[in-house]
Design a binder for this molecule. Structure first.
Ligand SMILES: [Zn+2]
Ligand SMILES: [Zn+2]
Length: 380
């Protein structure tokens, strides 16, 4: 049962602390269960942990060198309670192995942390997306507590060094785990690892250093935003605990549907209906665009389904200058509910054009749905 800890780590009996640490780190990286889940390797991992546990501690190493087994000796007052039996092995040593020794940077953690980001959604109209706008928004976030200035202690009092961990923020204990008996370091339960306690928390914020408040912000919305675009307002999110640096606020755009224009990218689409006569003879049609009244030129012989682009009348490109197009789709209306005179005129026209008995020719190149429907309709 006498494990040779030196052999486990592959170091000489007179190895320095530094050599022991290096050997352990190298092996831990290689054999860590997350890296190498093989059961044999995990056994080895436990061994190197035990070996390091002993050899890295000058006192335990001495006990071991004199023939004792320091891992079965009962250690310091583990008492404290409150912590579960967690599979705690020398976690920070393992972290050291992976991330390099943060060189004694263990110790109390700061009460001050960065705040969380927040997000708010706003609805805007198409016109606002096209040209940009400015919006006032109400946000409800954590802000610094003015009573304690973010420090969490009631006015006239201050945080004090924790007497349980003496300001270290962590306590060491010896626990039994699947690795055998090991020394673990845990955040101090009295101060939650801060190293200090606030005996009289601020009554306003209950010691958090921040309170919730509603603010009104003015947001500049650039031209070209679309549904899903997020605008970042740096530092306008939640303030952090302990008066920590605030997170960012994201304003997410949701664009209201427009009653005339459909947006596809930065182009806008709309449909105008035209009487058959106007489509055939050509005309000018007034059209309300985002830029105000415009006129579209319908050339003689315009077909249903044809589209007429109005360049630069769409949405401003979010990045880079210029604008998308407004694309006007034409739908030609077939005259119906003809009176006797109209019917007569149309028949005369059909006769003049030799269209009294049209053969229903396929449009060239139109092998799509329309042709198939026509086939079905004609029973072919
Ligand atoms: Zn306060
Ligand atoms: Zn403490």
């Amino acid at each position: 049962m006498a494990t040779d800890y030196y052999a486990v780590l592959g170091v000489r009996r007179d190895a320095s602390q530094d050599e022991i640490k290096k050997a352990f780190r190298r092996l831990a990286r290689e054999l860590h269960p997350d890296v190498n889940p093989d059961p044999k390797t995990q056994e080895r991992f436990k061994e190197i942990n035990a070996a390091y546990e002993v050899l890295s501690d000058p006192n335990k190493r001495q006990v071991y060198d004199l023939g004792g087994d320091p891992l079965s000796a009962s250690g310091t007052g583990a008492g404290a309670g409150g912590f579960g039996q967690g599979a705690g092995f020398g976690f920070s040593d393992i972290m050291d192995a992976f991330f390099g020794a943060a060189g004694g940077q263990r110790g109390p953690r700061s009460r001050t942390r960065r705040g969380q980001d927040a997000m708010i959604r706003i609805d805007i109209d198409l016109e606002e997306a096209a040209f940009g706008t400015t919006k006032e928004i109400q946000v409800d976030t954590a802000v610094r507590c003015n009573t304690c200035n973010g420090e969490g202690a009631a006015p006239g009092t201050s945080a004090q060094t924790c007497d349980m961990c003496r300001g270290r923020g962590e306590i060491s204990q010896v626990t039994r785990s699947f690795l055998g008996q090991v020394m673990t370091s845990r955040p101090c339960p009295q101060c939650q690892g801060f190293g200090t306690v606030v005996p009289t928390p601020c009554p306003e914020c209950a010691g958090d250093g921040r309170v919730r408040a509603r603010r009104t912000l003015t947001v500049k919305i650039p031209a070209g935003v679309d549904t899903g675009t997020r605008i970042q307002l740096a530092g306008e999110g939640e303030i952090g605990p302990g008066g920590g640096q605030p997170g960012d606020l994201y304003v997410e755009i949701s664009e209201n549907p427009h009653k005339i224009f459909q947006r596809r990218g930065d182009d806008l689409h709309c449909t105008v209906t035209l009487p058959m006569t106007a489509a055939s003879l050509g005309t000018k049609v007034p059209l309300e665009t985002l830029d105000g009244a415009a006129e579209i030129d319908i050339r003689p012989g315009t077909q249903s389904g044809q589209s007429i682009p109005l360049h630069g009348r769409g949405i401003t490109h979010l990045r880079g200058g210029g604008r998308g197009d407004l694309i006007v789709h034409v739908e030609v209306l077939t005259p119906s509910k003809l009176d006797a005179e109209q019917e007569n005129l149309l028949r005369q026209l059909a006769k003049l054009r030799g269209e009294e008995r049209p053969s229903g020719q396929f449009a060239p190149g139109q092998q799509g749905l329309f042709s198939r429907l026509k086939d079905a309709f004609n029973g072919r």
